[in-house]
Design a protein around this ligand. Structure first.
Ligand code: C5P
Length: 232
């Protein structure tokens, strides 16, 4: 590893989270005495590897400035965008004068508050010498069906199916160029898919199953359970 290479965290946090049916975006719901996003950011800061954590926030967001963590010296705020990929690209553009092309960027969902230092360190250690980068992922234990309407039209070979988690770790220039090239493409639901469109093959690194994304109301209780049982 070259000493001058830095690691940056980018946290898209400009989503509304419709599936939660809540009165505020899901990253601001309470979980174990803090908001979801505070847990996420404090864990990234505690990992102690990032030069800064760049958070993409919606311009109409009244909740963010109320949080103490918003003024932390290692937190930088960028404008959010229409889709997740737009928010990530906006964050990357805001770092233009800070990051070098070869620096590593770890993009992590604000809505994944159970991220652990072990997962972050495992991802970095696995990919730091890789040309392209890659993502935390989980293999699939369930049998997976291809469905049209309400009928099964096939069974997927689950040995080849992985669930994409975050962080997703790529070089600054490679990721920014890939997201710029893919702008407006609705198929880009994570960073890896933008790199795949460039013909690249990001790696998978097996992550921990407790790194869940808060999507539905019951996920908050599950996240609290995991937090109470995590020891790092
Ligand atoms: O909605 P979903 O769970 O896929 O969102 C994943 C992450 O992307 C969340 O942290 C959300 O706040 C963020 N996001 C964003 N800008 C958008 C949509 C989602 O930063 N326009």
């Amino acid at each position: 590893m070259t000493d001058s290479i830095k690691f940056w965290a980018v946290v898209p946090a400009a989503g509304v989270g419709k599936r939660m049916n809540a009165d505020r975006p899901k990253q601001y719901l309470e979980l174990a005495g803090k908001t979801v996003i505070e847990h996420t950011l404090l864990r990234l800061l505690k990992a102690d590897v990032f030069a800064a954590v760049v958070v993409a926030i919606s311009e109409e967001d009244p909740y963010w400035p109320e949080l103490e963590v918003s003024t932390h010296e290692k937190i930088i705020t960028a404008a959010g965008g229409k889709e997740r990929a737009d928010s990530v690209l906006s964050a990357l553009k805001s770092m233009r004068d800070l990051a070098s092309d070869n620096d590593w960027v770890l993009v992590h969902d604000a809505a994944r508050p159970c991220i652990t230092a072990t997962d972050i360190q495992h991802l970095i250690a696995s990919l730091v010498n890789d040309e392209v980068g890659g993502i935390l992922a989980l293999s699939s234990h369930d049998t997976l069906k291809n469905v049209q309407g309400d009928s099964i039209v096939g069974t997927l070979d689950r040995r080849h199916i992985w669930r994409a988690l975050t962080p997703q770790m790529f070089r600054y220039d490679l990721l920014k160029n890939a997201l710029e090239a893919a702008e407006g493409n609705p198929a880009i639901t994570d960073e890896a898919s933008a790199l795949e469109l460039q013909g690249l093959q990001p790696k998978i690194v097996e992550g921990r199953p407790d790194n869940i994304k808060i999507t539905r109301p019951e996920d908050l209780e599950l996240a609290q359970f995991y937090m109470e049982h995590q020891h790092d």
